[in-house]
Design a protein around this ligand. Sequence first.
Ligand code: DAH
Length: 346
Amino acid sequence: MISKLEELRAKAISELDSISDPKSLESWRISYLGRKSPLTQILRGLATLPLEERRAAGAAANELKEFLEKSLAQREEIVKEAEIAKAIEVGRLDVTLPGRPATLGRLHPATQTMRQMCGIFTAMGFEVVEGPEVEWDYYNFEALNIPQDHPARDMWATMWMDYQNEKGERPMLLRTHTSPMQIRVMENRRPPVRVIVPGKVYRYEATDATHESMFYQVEGFAVDKNITMADLKGTLFEFARRLFGKERKARFRCDYFPFVEPGVEMAIDCFVCNGAGCQLCSNSGWIEILGAGMIHPEVLRRVNYDPDIYTGFAFGMGVERMPILKYGIDDIRLFYSNDLRFLRQF
Ligand code: DAH
């Protein structure tokens, strides 16, 4: 058996070495490695051999098979190179012809901005967490201190899912903000927590130049002992300087969000007119960029954080708003209408 294999090897290799075209390579492959080749017959017949013989013959036959496959691959390379050289020589292949440029994709401006924002916060020690876009009423509203029938619900035009529970309620929705992730994260951890949440949110909205029914937000929050409004201001001021330039000033004013107390809106001085007043800032000198506040004690209690021990701040902001301001984009719908003339500019 072993000598038969050696004979086969010698014959196969000497034939292979003289092959110089793809067609002959294929017929060589069929006669030496194909289904009806002697080697395949030998491998199939192994089972009928007595055990001692089977082991040695099996190893040798398999070794030969691998060897032949490798030799074939090597020969294929040589033949291919020779073919190319021949094609160049006879002028059938012009290697000086410039190649077709591969068109490179790029990241969407919203993705670019979100990554930049996340980069700034992770550098300050925040961790990035993502959450579901289909959400329960409980997380989107109830646990954020916005009970059923509370007028604050009007702040978020909501898309409800058809799903009905056994009580006939429709408790499922497309999240209207990233704030529900405050609850989901705190439910599962003990302080200290420092987390940011980038993601899509949805509003039941007639779209126009300043309204989309889907857009991105970045939420952030930090909870620990001794967290104060000063931490909120310091963190967000530093964020604004890193995103909009280190000469930026920040302004905090009272605002209302049910899940924070006190609640604030933050504005930066207008980077077009440096506060003098222009079209971008509607002559006010200031541009609002986010909502924030100290997490409401009721919200902390809801997730079993003792508000007498722990405090925290939270903030949320729209992502598209940042490039809209920075580049003077006049219609938010451009982001999601897939017009390459728009997208290629970023
Ligand atoms: N979730 C709010 C919105 O979509 C934004 C917001 C305001 C988030 C204040 C916060 C916050 O975390 O503290 O309108």
